[in-house]
Design a protein around this ligand. Structure first.
Ligand code: IPE
Ligand code: IPE
Ligand code: MG
Length: 238
C-alpha cells in the first residue's frame, strides 16, 4: 500500500468498457452500466479516504447522444437514481459535488437532482467530486471562447492581455487544478474529447480492465505507477 507518497491531487477517469464487460458475460449493455455504478462508489470512497483533492469522472460525453435512444434514456435514469441514492454517502464523506459540461441540455429531472446534490454539499470541505455530464472538451473550449469574445467586445477584457490564465477563467470550472493523473479503463488509447485543455501535462494511465472491474486494487496499481513517473513539464530532470 502506498499512502501519501506522491499521490496525485487531481485524478480524472474515463470510465470506459461497461458495454464490453456486459458482452463478455452474455449480458445486455445496460447491465454493465449498472455494475459500473459500484465502481463509481468504491473509487469515490477510496479517493476521499486517501484525501485526493479532486476526482473528475467522465460519465456522459457530448458525443454519447449518438447512442440508441434506449441506452441514452437508461443512462439518464441511472444517473438520476445515482444522484438521489448517493446523497447520504456524499455527505458522510464530506464530499463536495460539482459538475462540468452543458448541464442545461440534460433532462430536467436530472438537472433537478444534480442541483440538489450540489447545493446540499457546497459547504463540504473534503474531496471535490466533479461529474462530467454532457461534457465535450471542444464544446468547453468553444463555450469559453464565446464568453471571452463577448467580454472582449464589451471591453471587460483587454485583447492584448489575454493569456492562459485569462482563458482558464472561462472554462467550466476555472478554480480546478489540471488533472495530475488521467486514467482510462477499457484499453482504448484515446482521449475521446475529455478535458482537452486541462490534460496538457497529465500523466496517462490506460488499463485494459473494464470499468465495472476497476476497484480499489486496480486504483492502487494506477497510483503505484503514477508515483514512479517523473514529471518534467517541458523542463529537464531536476
Ligand atoms: C462507458 O462504457 C460508459 C459510457 C460511455 C456512458 P461504454 O458504454 O462506452 O462501454 P464500451 O466501451 O462500449 O464497452
Ligand atoms: C468516453 O467513452 C466517454 C465516457 C466514458 C463517458 P466512449 O465509449 O464514449 O468513447 P469512444 O467512443 O470509445 O471514443
Ligand atoms: Mg466506450
Amino acid at each position: 500500500m502506498i499512502e501519501n507518497t506522491r499521490l496525485p491531487e487531481h485524478i480524472a477517469i474515463i470510465m470506459d468498457g461497461n458495454g464490453r464487460w456486459a458482452k463478455t458475460r452474455g449480458l445486455q449493455r445496460i447491465r454493465g452500466h449498472i455494475e459500473g455504478i459500484k465502481s463509481v462508489r468504491e473509487i469515490t470512497q477510496e479517493c476521499a479516504r486517501k484525501h485526493i483533492k479532486q476526482l473528475t469522472l467522465y460519465a456522459f460525453s457530448y458525443e454519447n447522444w449518438k447512442r440508441p435512444k434506449t441506452e441514452v434514456n437508461f443512462l439518464m435514469k441511472l444517473l438520476k437514481r445515482y444522484l438521489i441514492r448517493e446523497r447520504k454517502e456524499i455527505q458522510e464523506n464530506n464530499i463536495r459535488l460539482t459538475t462540468i459540461g452543458r448541464v442545461s441540455e440534460l433532462p430536467k429531472s436530472v438537472q433537478k437532482e444534480l442541483a440538489i446534490g450540489i447545493e446540499e454539499s457546497k459547504h463540504n470541505t473534503g474531496m471535490i467530486l466533479c461529474l462530467a455530464l454532457n461534457y465535450g472538451g471542444r464544446t468547453e473550449i468553444i463555450d469559453a471562447a464565446k464568453r471571452l469574445a463577448e467580454d472582449t467586445k464589451n471591453a471587460n477584457v483587454d485583447l492584448d492581455k489575454i493569456d492562459e490564465d485569462t482563458f482558464r477563467q472561462y472554462l467550466y470550472m476555472p478554480e480546478m487544478s489540471d488533472p495530475d493523473l488521467l486514467i482510462r479503463t477499457g484499453g482504448e488509447m484515446r482521449i475521446s474529447n475529455f478535458l482537452l485543455w486541462e490534460v496538457s501535462y497529465s500523466e496517462l494511465y490506460v488499463t485494459p480492465v473494464c470499468w465495472p472491474d476497476f476497484r480499489k486494487e486496480q486504483l492502487e496499481e494506477a497510483l503505484k505507477e503514477y508515483a514512479q513517473r517523473e514529471r518534467r513539464f517541458g523542463g529537464i530532470k531536476g
